[in-house]
Write a protein that binds this ligand. Structure first.
Ligand SMILES: O=P(O)(O)OC[C@H]1O[C@](O)(COP(=O)(O)O)[C@@H](O)[C@@H]1O
Ligand SMILES: [Mg+2]
Ligand SMILES: [Mg+2]
Length: 336
């Protein structure tokens, strides 16, 4: 990877596209489209209190969750931006029941990529001015180019991703992504609407002192998870660790990647498969984590080796600094 101080995202994409195994410029156009949609959504998020974009949209998504107006807005912006640029052949989204086939005007279109998105991550934080995000995962299709995409093109294991990333709309807005050659973060200069390379070659510290889990659900957790949380709270060595839980996966992940930490959304007696969605939350964050020297597991299987069976399936998710995830695994293995 080539890093230059004050390099813009656009320059970085062009100067590094040859390091991408399938470099044909198509993926560069795709990342550029995501960059554009991110700016549009960022603009709306930043003035959320001033425009009628807070609160519920009055609909529920396929997972039975109330859609926030910003969920719907972000969903439309990302889908339209990608569809109008004729660079993808299919899109799946948390806010869409089924995948969307992108038919190009040119039936000979050779579009090879499908995109899976969580348009607005951390929806419960939208109305209370706490940072939220967008998550994306990109695959090459497996069905023949020029034919309509099928579910098969989306139900690929995470280890087949060609790119993944997120945008965090926080104190600053950042776009963080990987194409399988390390993780790089770009900060938006809102005055000129340009993303600049601010965090080259991001790495999870091997160890950390932060654990992120919704402890309000503690009594429903698996005994191994309970034991690990107790371990984090013991007075020993560099423990007790600090408990930090924003309630936006993107923001908790971002902080833990910079400072060292572990994020956990276990399965429990109430959420039997956990809450987070494999295809557009866990797989992209797992790809980033591993590219940044971290780890991501479902408790029994490496997240990116899980064979997907449904578009919106949920899995338990444990992700972060490798020594912390390995320690958690020791506690889980006691009960397997
Ligand atoms: O409120 P809970 O149960 O702790 O869940 C919080 C988790 O759910 C999520 O909000 C799920 O994502 P969405 O907001 O995209 O549905 C994660 O961002 C977050 O980590
Ligand atoms: Mg989410
Ligand atoms: Mg969401």
């Amino acid at each position: 990877m080539q890093y230059k101080k004050n390099q813009t995202l656009g320059e970085f994409i062009i100067e590094n596209q040859d390091s991408f195994q399938y470099s044909s410029g198509e993926l560069s156009k795709l990342i550029n489209a995501i960059r554009l949609a991110a700016k549009v959504v960022n603009h709306e998020v930043n003035k959320a209190g001033l425009v009628d974009i807070l609160g519920k949209a009055g609909e529920t998504n396929i997972q039975g969750e109330d859609q926030q107006k910003l969920d719907v807005f972000a969903n439309e912006k990302f889908i339209n931006t990608l569809a109008n640029r004729e660079i993808v052949c299919g899109i799946a989204s948390e806010e869409e029941d089924d995948f969307i086939t992108i038919n190009s005007n040119d039936e000979r279109h050779q579009n090879k990529y499908v995109v899976l998105i969580d348009p607005l991550d951390g929806s419960s934080n939208v109305d209370v001015n706490v940072s939220v995000g967008t998550i994306f995962s990109i695959y090459r299709r497996v069905t023949p180019v020029g034919t309509p995409v099928t579910l098969e093109d989306f139900l690929q294991p995470g280890n087949q991703q060609v790119a993944a990333g997120y945008i965090v709309y926080g104190t600053s807005t950042m776009l963080v992504y990987t194409t399988g050659d390390g993780v790089n973060g770009f900060t938006l200069n809102p005055a000129i609407g340009t993303f600049y390379l601010s965090h080259p070659n991001m790495q999870f510290p091997e160890d950390g002192t932060i654990y992120s889990v919704n402890e309000g659900k503690y009594r429903h957790f698996h005994q191994g998870v309970k034991d690990y949380i107790k371990y984090c709270q013991e007075e020993e060595g560099d423990r007790p660790y600090t408990s930090r839980y924003i309630g936006s996966l993107v923001s908790d992940f971002h902080r833990n990647m910079i400072k060292g930490g572990i994020y956990m959304y276990p399965k429990s007696s109430v959420t039997h498969e956990g809450k987070l969605r494999l295809l557009y939350e866990c797989n992209p964050m797992a790809f980033l984590a591993e590219q940044a020297n971290g780890l991501a597991t479902g408790g029994k299987t490496r997240i990116m080796d899980i064979e997907p069976t449904e578009l919106h399936q949920r899995v338990p998710f444990f992700c972060g600094s490798r020594n912390m995830v390995n320690k958690l695994q020791e506690f889980l293995d006691k009960y397997h």
